[in-house]
Write a protein that binds this ligand. Sequence first.
Ligand SMILES: *Cc1c(COP(=O)(O)O)cnc(C)c1O
Length: 376
Amino acid sequence: MRPIQMVDTKAQYLQIKQAVDAAIQDVLDNANYINGKPVQELAAGLSNYLGVKHTIPCANGTDALQIAMMALGLEPGDEVITPSFTYIATTEVVALLRLKPVFVEVDAKTFCMDPESLRKAITPRTKAIVPVHLYGQAANMEAIMQIAAEHKLFVIEDNAQAIGCDYTFSDGTVKKAGSIGHIGCTSFYPSKNLGAYGDGGAMFTNDDALAAKLKMIANHGQQKRYYHEMVGCNSRLDSIQAAILNVKLARLDAYNAARQSVAAYYNHAFEGNAKIITPYVAPYTKHVYHQYTLVLNDVDRDGLSAWLAEKKVPSMIYYPVPGHKQAMFQSFGLPEYQLDTTDWLTQRVISLPVHTEMEEEQLAYITQQVLTYVNR
Ligand SMILES: *Cc1c(COP(=O)(O)O)cnc(C)c1O
């Protein structure tokens, strides 16, 4: 059996080596390292895939979120609402821009922003909402967009974990996660569902004016070279990463399907076990399993992860400390948050290996080890 990894990017690369090597060689032969043809191809390919008008590539997913927030023309102290149960990048950029992070609760079953908690957190200073499509399923976007429209708020989707995920509205319309809010952001970090072999990110929008602004901010605030209209930053996706991503974008649906069959295997193996809550998928969304995350019921989590480590099965806790408890925000004068579901989840979740090259033998071994510990 091949050693088990949380994500096996090497095994995946070996399957597409010829195409990837040729794409990289092509960039080297053409010496168009920055904003070359592969970058433009990727932008067009992603716009087509997600059904959006504009894709603006950038250096990483954190930059995408930051640039998106910079484009909204917010003032210091304006409030941006995010879930507390997310990767730190979602909220870090709010604080970095001297905006005020406001944390809300997630739904206990989907792990995504709870619309009722969002509604209660809105004040006259609220300007934007950042739902996170955590672990690979979309947040309740219909409810969130409705609340945003009522209060005239911007919605930035953090789609770093759910690229390729389909969302179905109550009228039957299907849209891709990341194409629903005013701006969608994603990351091409190597372990993401669409991962490069280095850093990368992108922003999506259907709004022409916002697209122009995002592009300008990512490029030192200039539209015309050396004429800087506003303070921006330098955030580029390089041609080599784009060339790799073009090869992988063509296989994204197949990759997500492979992740879904891993999840189906796990679900089946753990079915009916009272100590293991398998991922719930809400009726309005698909799930592309960036992570396969269990909620443990009356199981010693540290004990389980030590047991698995001993058996050479990696596991991870995403995320052990929620945003509202991070030391980095202590100087921001945040209120005393009471986010019981978030606290409850951070103490009970555990993620198992999921990637596109998992073998049945590995899955059988992992599930057997988990069940042996949990049932003893
Ligand atoms: C990975 C990730 C990011 C940040 O992406 P980087 O490319 O690492 O900067 C932001 N939000 C979420 C939810 C992520 O998983």
